[in-house]
Design a protein around this ligand. Structure first.
Ligand SMILES: C[C@H](O)[C@@H](O)[C@@H](O)C(=O)COP(=O)(O)O
Length: 212
């Protein structure tokens, strides 16, 4: 990840990283950073390899922006997450295994203890709504609330949040790893899920895990 202090450069760098991690390809996906009273977000329809820091769009949470470059069609998802949570960065992506699960339109269950690291006992799946609509943004914030740092989006992709871009991107990478592992387990039978008691213990352990 970039060590540049310019947030526009950091967003370009993270967008390229999302391709390297196979979270996105083509023009799929968009990333943003909270910025002042609004946000900085990737422009719509520009593939990562063609993205320049000057194309990053500064906008408010009502959808107003100025300049040559139009913001991501999913700006409302990002704006609503900044309005309803303390997130500092948002990643939207279309990674293969998560999209396969999102096509089933079911939450990812606690087949592995790391599911709890996203805030709850599952990773929820937002109901389907058309891309680029306020309705889609509302389905995402409704399922994530202030509990979850990630969700699947029915027949679409995923959203992750974090205090910063590195964290939001790392969560997207982790969610894709878990989706791959869940599909592998399902291919071999019916995965055994953690019990509510086991999940309480896991949440307790996560409370003191890592560099606090
Ligand atoms: C049509 C888009 O691919 C849509 O699916 C969106 O969710 C996306 O991932 C990229 O849209 P932008 O290029 O508008 O950020």
């Amino acid at each position: 990840m970039s060590t540049f202090s310019d947030p526009r450069v950091a967003l370009v760098d993270a967008t390229l990283k999302s391709v390297e991690l196979r979270l996105n390809s083509g023009t799929a996906g968009n990333l943003s950073l909270r910025h002042g009273e609004g946000m900085l977000i990737t422009p719509t329809g520009i593939p990562p390899h063609a993205l320049d820091p000057e194309q990053i769009v500064e906008m408010d949470f009502a959808g107003n922006w100025q300049g040559r470059w139009k913001p991501s069609s999913e700006w409302a998802i990002h704006a609503r997450l900044y309005q309803t949570t303390s997130a500092g960065a948002v990643v939207h992506a279309h990674p293969d295994n998560c999209v396969a699960l999102a096509a089933l339109r079911r939450p990812m269950p606690p087949f592995h203890y790391m599911i709890a690291s996203f805030g709850g006992d599952i990773v929820p799946c937002a109901p389907y709504a058309c891309f680029g609509t306020p309705a889609l943004a509302e389905t995402v914030i409704a399922v994530m609330g202030t509990t979850y740092s990630a969700c699947l989006m029915a027949s679409h992709g995923i959203v992750t949040t974090g205090a910063d871009l590195t964290t939001a991107l790392m969560r997207a990478e982790k969610l894709e790893m878990l989706a791959r592992q869940y599909l592998l387990a399902c291919a071999g039978g019916e995965p055994v899920l953690l019990t509510p008691e086991e999940l309480v213990e896991v949440h307790g352990r996560y409370g003191s895990y890592g560099q606090q």
